[in-house]
Design a binder for this molecule. Structure first.
Ligand code: PMV
Length: 368
């Protein structure tokens, strides 16, 4: 009568780096060439939900992503599964009459179902939420004792940026010094309540898959870009300290300056790579110009922009009022779907539409 199934579900938001991770010093362990800092997004809009199940009836480890079966044979999945299984402990469910001994986990197989509520691999950090959620759900299922930072070092081996999604608020991924990667992990700088005036709008310039994966892009940059060497050695160490200071003091002017500068330098590294990598497109560039002009005309920054490995703009407004103004401007200059320049907007909160005075527009309804 070995018919039982034991399940756990977890939900993990994605994160957006304000100091970018770009370049690995070890590709297998996923060890970066510099520290990075990110903000974890509100799970309502960009998150992964993962259910993990274990049963003696399962013949092999299997996984479904957005309803489609995917292969678990890749090194990244295998590393995460191996590391988490190593730490599995005894689990007992008295109601169901289930007892799993520590040693049983090596023989038992898993079924994993994962859903993203946003476009996969479009430069919206889908792998970040995905591996963080997988590791967290498995840790719950297997009664793993390790804390979030220790789990982050496992999620890191799935996707580097994933290690930062184990925490809310602002998070730092410390690059570490050890060769085995044991000190390359994420720590929370401040929790989500520390700076809750910030408001994030994502302009989905294109929901198509990106052309150069971050893995091959990073490899090419590490091999060919001198700017990457300079950035990792001379720029990021100082910038990381300044960013931590800005976050601690909720100093939006410094925060915006550092965030925009770091995004621009990351994309400059991509351009400095041979052959050059273009993640931003013309619409991305026009959004940057628009925000720069607006910030200058206001006298102090209202909005910070940052772009990952894709053309989509992540816009961080200093507060709800600035976000409302920003959205109004964006809808005017970059209307979604009108000429395929821009797909849609993902916004932090629906009420922003009302404050922007655009609640009557038909297109806007479809955005939320
Ligand atoms: O974790 P990966 O391999 O998806 O790389 C993420 C790289 C960037 O998103 C461009 C930067 C970052 O720090 O998240």
């Amino acid at each position: 009568g070995e018919k039982w199934v034991l399940m756990k579900t977890a939900q993990t938001p994605t994160n957006i780096a304000v100091i970018k991770y770009w370049g690995k010093r070890d590709e297998t362990l996923i060890l970066p060439v510099n520290d990075s800092i990110s903000v974890t997004l509100d799970p309502a809009h960009l998150c992964t939900t993962t259910t993990v199940a274990v049963s003696p009836a399962f013949q092999q480890d299997r996984m479904w992503l957005n309803g489609k079966e995917i292969s678990l044979s890749g090194g990244r999945y295998q590393n995460c599964l191996r590391e988490i299984r190593k730490r599995a402990r005894e689990v007992e469910d008295k109601e169901k009459g289930i007892k799993i001994e520590k040693e049983d986990w090596e023989k038992l197989h898993l079924h994993i179902a994962s859903y993203n509520n946003f476009p996969t691999a479009a430069g919206l950090a889908s792998s970040a939420a995905g591996f963080a959620c997988l590791v967290f759900a498995l840790a719950k299922l297997m009664n793993v004792e390790e804390d979030e930072s220790q789990l982050s070092a496992i999620a890191r081996q799935g996707s580097g940026s994933a290690c930062r999604s184990l925490f809310g608020g602002f998070v730092k991924w410390i690059m570490g010094k050890e060769e085995d990667g044991s000190d390359s992990l994420a720590v929370q700088l401040v929790d989500e309540k520390h700076w809750d005036d910030l408001f994030i709008i994502i302009a989905v310039v294109s929901s198509r898959q990106k052309e150069t994966s971050s893995t091959s892009g990073m490899r090419e940059s590490v091999e060919t870009s001198l700017l990457l060497q300079h950035r990792a050695k001379e720029v990021v160490p100082k910038r990381t300290l300044q960013m931590e200071e800005a976050i601690k003091n909720r100093d939006f002017a410094s925060f915006a300056k550092l965030t925009c500068a770091d995004s621009n330098q990351f994309h400059a590294v991509c351009l400095d790579t041979s052959p050059p990598i273009f993640y931003m497109n013309d619409t991305s560039h026009r959004i940057i110009s628009h925000v720069e002009k607006w910030n200058r005309s206001e006298g102090s920054p209202q909005v910070a922009y940052t772009f990952d490995a894709g053309p989509n703009a992540v816009l961080i407004a200093r507060d709800r009022k600035a976000a409302a103004q920003l959205l109004k401007r964006l809808l005017f200059s970059f209307p979604p779907n009108s000429d395929a320049d821009l797909d849609s907007y993902i916004i932090g909160d629906k009420t922003i539409l009302k404050e922007a005075g655009v609640e009557g527009m038909k297109d806007v309804e479809a955005l939320s």
